[in-house]
Design a protein around this ligand. Structure first.
Ligand code: KIV
Ligand code: NA
Length: 272
């Protein structure tokens, strides 16, 4: 999937996006037909155990992006630029975006609206496709008002529509709308020619994204209302690990089929 493929899907076919952080799950998601794999800085929470995405840096993102890129054949790979990697200056942002592309990403994603237009233009001018991200911006929301629905008032709704238009003008190829009131997400989706990818922003967006560990039921610390659990994997993992531990203690694992043997002749010599 190329940038052009994703853009062309607007109005034609909904776009399926999921996060991924490692090779094995990337391989599975890619085979299952997801269009875009987002290497989100949500890895900081669901993989690394931080309370929010703020502590995540370029070394971690580079490693996760490489692993996901090696697993995916068809899906487009978008890498999140972590907090601190694009704020200092446009040139720092370009350097870090280049690093994620070298790690195997096809595009990068940054949180912010009108205030980061210059940075987005610089990255796009460097030849790197950019995905925007407005509405709830977890990197800074965690420092200010916390995680709340965005676009609740006319003023904030109009600001979001303006931000989306500014992002489109700056050259983004799509825009994530996180926890935006669905009426506002619908209006943004109508107002821009690039696809909107919603998370907690209603069914009217051009595509949807969820955090893989949320929808699989692996990460259970926080369960936002917008998450739908497609599986309860934590239960499956728990049961498997408990069975394994029991069988090890009872001497039932490994079984014959898991065991290697010397040749009978060599065994004879060995025992003499
Ligand atoms: O980090 C992430 O997983 C994200 C998506 C939820 C959009 O930014
Ligand atoms: Na993110």
């Amino acid at each position: 999937m190329s940038v052009n493929d994703i853009v062309a899907m607007k109005g034609m076919e909904k776009i399926s996006v999921l996060t991924a952080y490692d090779y094995s799950t990337s391989l599975i998601c890619d085979r299952a037909g997801v269009d875009v794999l987002l290497v989100g800085d949500s890895a900081g929470m669901v993989v690394l155990g931080y309370p929010n995405t703020v502590p995540v840096g370029m070394p971690e993102m580079t490693m996760f992006c490489g692993a996901v890129a090696r697993g995916a054949k068809r899906a487009m790979i978008v890498g999140d630029m972590p907090f601190g990697s694009y704020q200092p200056s446009a040139s720092v942002a370009v350097e870090n975006a280049v690093q994620l592309i070298k790690a195997g990403c096809d595009a990068v994603k940054l949180e912010g609206g009108s205030e980061i237009i210059g940075t987005i233009k610089a990255i796009v001018d460097a030849g790197i496709p950019v995905m925007g991200h407005i509405g709830l911006k977890p990197q800074t929301s965690s420092l200010w008002e916390g995680y709340r629905l965005q676009g609740r008032t006319k003023v904030s709704a109009m600001k979001l529509v303006q931000d989306a238009k500014a992002l489109e003008k700056a050259g983004v190829f799509s825009i994530v709308l996180e926890m935006v009131a669905s009426e506002v997400a619908d209006e943004i989706t109508k107002s821009v020619t690039v696809p909107t990818i919603g998370i907690g922003s209603g069914v009217g967006c051009d595509g949807q994204v969820l955090v893989l560990h949320d929808m699989l039921g692996i990460y259970e610390d926080i369960k936002p209302k917008f998450v739908k659990r497609y599986s309860e994997l934590s239960k499956s993992i728990f049961d498997a690990v408990a069975s394994y531990t029991r069988e090890v203690k009872e001497g039932k694992f490994p079984e014959g089929s898991n065991t290697f043997h010397m040749s009978p002749e060599e065994l004879d010599r060995f025992r003499k």
